[in-house]
Design a binder for this molecule. Sequence first.
Ligand SMILES: Cc1cc2nc3c(=O)[nH]c(=O)nc-3n(C[C@H](O)[C@H](O)[C@H](O)COP(=O)(O)OP(=O)(O)OC[C@H]3O[C@@H](n4cnc5c(N)ncnc54)[C@H](O)[C@@H]3O)c2cc1C
Length: 513
Amino acid sequence: MIRRKGTIWNKSLSGRRRKENRHNVNLHLVCWNVKTFFLGVRIWWISRLLFHMKNMEKKNYIPNIPEIDKQRIVIVGSGFAGLKLVRGLLGKNFQIVLLDKNNFHQFQPLLYQVATAGLEPSAISFPLRKILQKEKNIHFRIADVKEVNAEDKEIETDVGYLKYDYLVLAMGASTNFFGQENIERSALSMKSAADAILIRNTILENFELALLQESADKAAQYLNIILVGGGPTGVELAGALAEMKKYIFPKDYPELDLSKMRIVLYQSSGSILPGMTSTASGRATKYLKQLGVEVILNTRVLDYDGGCMKLSDGSTISSKTVIWAAGVEANHIGGLSVETQGPKGRILVDRQNRIKGYDDIFAIGDLCLMETPKYSKGHPQVAQVAIQQAKNLSGNLKRIQQGDTPGLRIYEYKDKGSLATIGRNLAVADLPFVKLRGFLAWMLWSFVHLFMIVGVKNRILIFMNWSWNYFTYDQSLRLLIRHKPSIVKRSKQELFCETEPLEVHPEVNMEHK
Ligand SMILES: Cc1cc2nc3c(=O)[nH]c(=O)nc-3n(C[C@H](O)[C@H](O)[C@H](O)COP(=O)(O)OP(=O)(O)OC[C@H]3O[C@@H](n4cnc5c(N)ncnc54)[C@H](O)[C@@H]3O)c2cc1C
């Protein structure tokens, strides 16, 4: 007999009960497990549903872009590359959506003339809607593209999401300060029309401030202009500023002692215009020195606080105007794998401009880096490469559409030569078969730039401006235009009011009667 918790059990009976009990416990456990499992599944499913609903709520797609029976190519960026691609695909059997932060195309090679009061920004910009006016199946939106979601074939922008069949990134590059925050905060750069106008305003403002200084030495820091970087941008700006010092400033500011004004160009390597031949570089240095620019080689800028610049040779120079033109880095877009990231943020692409690891996403122009036997570190970031890659890609996209994938062409850079202008009648040109210097190179430079600019009106405007400046030795655009800060601040807040329909004001209608 076994006594357990006040119960007398028969041994054989208790054995059977124990077995039954164990069986029951096991059954309970299984049931409990199954129940818990299904409860878990239900919770997971509901949370997924809620998450999805929340996402659906959040995901607002860019409206008014119809879903049609054509494949959609989304092109981000309307610079040299993006615009050429759009033009190559017009009238073909695609729906094209072009996105850009601005509503205009900008001709960057002439920005330095805007910065030095030679041209108005409108002369080197072209409204995108005008280019696309008569075209069907093309949509343009002002949008800042943030991220790619390759899995769902969509992109995220500041104005909503957008689906694509093919995505082409042509977002170009921005100024690279190489992580030097002080310099980034205090120096000017030149990548957009807004930057160029800021340079123009800063120079003119500093000249006005120079007039208010009591001593010539104090005034000098407002007059000095320092350019960092001896590439085409630094060289062209330095030359144009030297001409202003020679022809314009003495007439505009006769009270200033301009002999104290210094225009200094710093270059970290041993020669300027590193992409050109050594003779072109030598000649450009000579021209700059002729114009009174101090060209200082093998010297790096270590720091700049808005007033004083420290240099690697231990020297310092005081200036309120520093223009940083020492390098670029590719514009960033999120969502792409780390394997696609090349040096200076450039996106690695194959010979057909397809981003490595993605079948339907391409990158062209300054943004991408394509390694070829001839250009093992990628192509130079110049307009010709951007234009040619866009042309090759538009052909390839048409071939893909026709199912002709074996016919896809690889890109090979056809270098048509390099040009840089230093000033009136002074330029250097390295062409494949001939090297030109001086007046001939300058004529060629002018012709090429006039030819490349978009829009007949812009060409005429620029030609007239250049002719006027050439014959009068005068730039007429030295206006110091300032915005009203309070308006900018207020426009950032969302200020709204109801617009009442006219008919609710009978007195208005009465008056008209
Ligand atoms: C001052 C200066 C002078 C130059 N001079 C010469 C020269 O003489 N010869 C020469 O061959 N090259 C010159 N270049 C270089 C030439 O301009 C570039 O190589 C060329 O512009 C590259 O074309 P791209 O289409 O790749 O980029 P870009 O022309 O820079 O166009 C990029 C476009 O993408 C848009 N964008 C960027 N980010 C976003 C985003 N997140 N969302 C939406 N849109 C975005 C921009 O608004 C822009 O419209 C110069 C450049 C500068 C800055």
